[in-house]
Design a protein around this ligand. Structure first.
Ligand SMILES: Nc1ncnc2c1ncn2[C@@H]1O[C@H](COP(=O)(O)OP(=O)(O)OP(=O)(O)O)[C@@H](O)[C@H]1O
Ligand SMILES: [Mg+2]
Length: 297
């Protein structure tokens, strides 16, 4: 695992209200507003300029290039998605409901078929590899829902994380409980009896057991109280500082951008816009469309 981590200052990750978009209608209005604001291009746009992505992604740890994917033949959800994360980076992905954020993570993690384009890890083409192969190569994934085994104890959940390499258990258990001491203290408790926030820690811990070089997190703060959301964001940055590159999908856009090194705004299955977290959080168009009126205060 890399220990490289870009220097950053301590952004405030507390006390901000959630600026979720709500429902398909909001998403549709936002899609129109995105175009009106000149953020991004339509999926039908052919021949768009991909040179900036090509220029910036040369040293990427993990990258997608012009990825087209969906769930039903002929219906593409990802429409030529360019994305990259560098070694040591924490990258956030925000965007309206239904934009394809979860779909992008599923495409990277081999859970849906990529019909065109590539996913590469350290330059190696990993497009279409199975989840177990990707885990062995150092990619970890925490899905949006159903991400723990409720009938198993915390310790057994963590064991499941290293089922491919059981000999790693002791070292990995120490690594994970170093990050999340509560998981060690309560190792015999069933995951089903934990609070939502505690379950999220177990789910992250399980994915970290293989000591991945890159961790994909799908809405880790969803459904949690504000206090527990704060904990998830703080923990995520801690994981990143421990040397794990992180790709974090979040509807809690403001907090996500506060902690990430770089962010993407995903719109209609295509990365509409990318910049540093700080630049996005101060961008009037992003404020208008994704951060809500609270951000203007
Ligand atoms: N299993 C599936 N089968 C068919 N279509 C799906 C499936 N999962 C998602 N979709 C569709 O793909 C599109 C993108 O969904 P996705 O879950 O990637 O959005 P998202 O950006 O993660 O949204 P949210 O913020 O609500 O989590 C949506 O139109 C959705 O209806
Ligand atoms: Mg999603």
């Amino acid at each position: 695992m890399s220990t490289h981590r870009p220097a950053d200052d301590d952004a405030d990750v507390t006390g901000e209200a959630d600026a979720r978009t709500s429902g398909t209608a909001a998403g549709t209005e936002q899609d129109a507003a995105v175009k009106a604001a000149g953020l991004g291009s339509s999926p039908q746009d052919s021949g768009r300029d991909r040179s900036e992505h090509e220029r910036l992604a040369t040293e990427a740890l993990l990258r997608t290039d012009d990825v087209i994917a969906g769930y039903v033949p002929g219906v593409n959800i990802l429409n030529g998605c360019d994305f990259y994360v560098n070694d040591g980076e924490l990258v956030g992905i925000i965007g309206p409901n239904g934009a394809g954020k979860s779909t992008l993570l599923k495409a990277i993690f081999g859970l849906i078929r990529v019909s065109s384009g590539t996913v590469r890890l350290r330059g190696e083409d990993i497009t279409g590899l199975k989840a177990n192969q990707l885990v062995a190569k150092g990619v970890g994934f925490v899905p949006q829902t159903n991400n723990v085994f409720p009938s198993l104890t915390i310790e057994e959940n963590l064991e499941m994380g290293v089922y491919q390499s059981p000999r790693k258990f002791k070292q990995s258990f120490d690594f994970v409980t170093g990050l999340f001491p509560a998981l060690g203290d309560r190792r015999a408790q069933r995951a089903g009896s934990l609070s939502g926030g505690e379950r999220q820690m177990v789910a992250m811990g399980r994915a970290l057991m293989m000591e991945p070089s890159v961790l994909l997190l799908d809405e880790p703060s969803a459904g949690l109280s504000p206090a527990l959301q704060d904990e998830v964001f703080v923990r995520t940055r801690q994981i990143n500082r421990a040397g794990v590159s992180v790709i974090m999908v979040e509807q809690n856009a403001r907090r996500c951008l506060q902690i990430c090194d770089r962010g993407y705004v995903l719109d209609q299955g295509r990365n509409a816009y990318t910049a540093s977290g700080k630049d996005l959080i101060n961008d009037p168009k992003v404020i208008e469309l994704y951060l809500g009126t609270l951000a203007k205060a």
